[in-house]
Design a protein around this ligand. Structure first.
Ligand SMILES: *Cc1c(COP(=O)(O)O)cnc(C)c1O
Length: 342
């Protein structure tokens, strides 16, 4: 059975083009620096986001944690939002791998207050840790895109205080698409950036960490320490090149489909869609009217060929991506309408 999978954009399969490129990829041992496809990917990725160098890493979590390990020394303090991925969804890795302390600030739907960041930067005192890094996230995993003015203000504070800024840009191309700017206009507001080749860009595996040459040279050694020195990784790199060259160009389609899905869902009685949060490919909504099928919605929809995640705090999230078509959206909405009217 073919499923329509709305759980996330992490479920995306590689495209036919990717599989073809993977099949014929020229590879070598990348730990020796011998894999031409990985080298090409890293060079292409660095240029794309306007950084000196880039490194292929196994996952987004790996890239973020490697950034912390590379920027900071043990015991440093990292300033970041309380709802960001590094804090909420990375298994506490910051305390295990980099050995840093996380100083969380309350975020306003992903936006951090620059003045508050400034006020939390440590002075020299026998008792204090040193502030080692500031982290921002764009697009935020709550589906919202952070305004560039906010990123600029935070980067300025980092520079004034000589503290690096890392961008968790897992979906940075979605952010650039929403803002209708070249991705460099987003990534120029940070010293290092991580972005995923998987997720909406459909590569099967992999992320990129980019920054200065000196930073990436150091990160390469940290990647080996973390067990991320991959051998014939060009098989994966070939898919990553398709992701960056082609798949970044079509994300507006997923964003349009998210709005379309939101509009159609909102016509179902009892469904309330958070339209102001549809910036990228995520539709958040709740079902206001009590209905016996709401509790078992996950199973009921599964039996009709639709995969969803259970609600979090009463909120459901449907994610559009390459493998979700307009016809799928009609089927999803018709099916949900029927389930909620029975
Ligand atoms: C998905 C995601 C990550 C982690 O990526 P994985 O490849 O799943 O480890 C990091 N940050 C954000 C904002 C994400 O959405």
């Amino acid at each position: 059975m073919k499923y329509i999978d709305l759980r996330s954009d992490t479920v995306t399969m590689p495209t036919d083009k990717m599989r073809a490129e993977m099949f014929k990829a020229v590879v070598g041992d990348d730990v020796y620096g011998d894999d031409p496809t990985v080298l090409e990917l890293e060079e292409y990725a660095a240029k794309l986001v306007g950084k000196e160098a880039a490194l292929f890493v196994p996952s987004g979590t790996f890239g973020n944690q490697l950034a912390l390990l590379t920027h900071c020394k043990r015991g440093d303090e990292v300033i970041l939002g309380d709802d960001c991925h590094i804090v909420a969804h990375e298994v506490g890795a910051a305390s295990v791998i980099a050995g840093v302390q996380l100083r969380t600030l309350q975020s306003d739907r992903g936006i951090l207050n620059p003045e508050e960041i400034q006020s939390k930067i440590r002075e020299e005192d026998l008792h204090y840790p040193e502030t080692g890094l500031i982290c921002v996230e764009n697009a935020h995993s709550n589906g919202r895109v952070i305004p560039l003015e906010n990123m600029r203000a935070i980067y300025k504070i980092g520079q004034q205080n000589k503290i690096p800024v890392h961008l968790d840009g897992a979906r940075v191309f979605n952010a650039a698409t929403y803002l209708n700017v070249d991705v460099k206009e987003v990534t120029e507001n940070c010293d290092s950036v991580m972005f995923c080749l998987s997720k909406g860009l459909c590569a099967p595996v992999g992320s990129i960490l980019a920054g200065t040459k000196q930073f990436i040279d150091k990160a390469r050694k940290g990647r080996k320490l973390m067990g991320g020195g991959l051998r014939q990784a060009g098989i994966l790199g070939a898919a990553g090149l398709v992701a960056l060259k082609e798949m970044t160009q079509r994300l507006d389609k997923d964003h349009k489909n998210a709005i379309l899905l939101g509009e159609k869902l909102s016509t179902i009685p009892g469904i309330e869609v958070n339209f102001e949060d549809i910036h990228i490919n995520m539709v958040y909504f709740n079902i206001r009217v009590p209905h016996k099928n709401v509790e078992n919605l996950e199973e009921i929809l599964y039996s009709k060929g639709i995969k969803i995640n259970p609600p979090e705090n009463g909120l459901l999230r449907f994610v559009t991506h390459y493998w979700i078509t307009e016809e799928d959206i009609s089927y999803i909405v018709d099916t949900l309408k029927e389930v909620l009217s029975n």
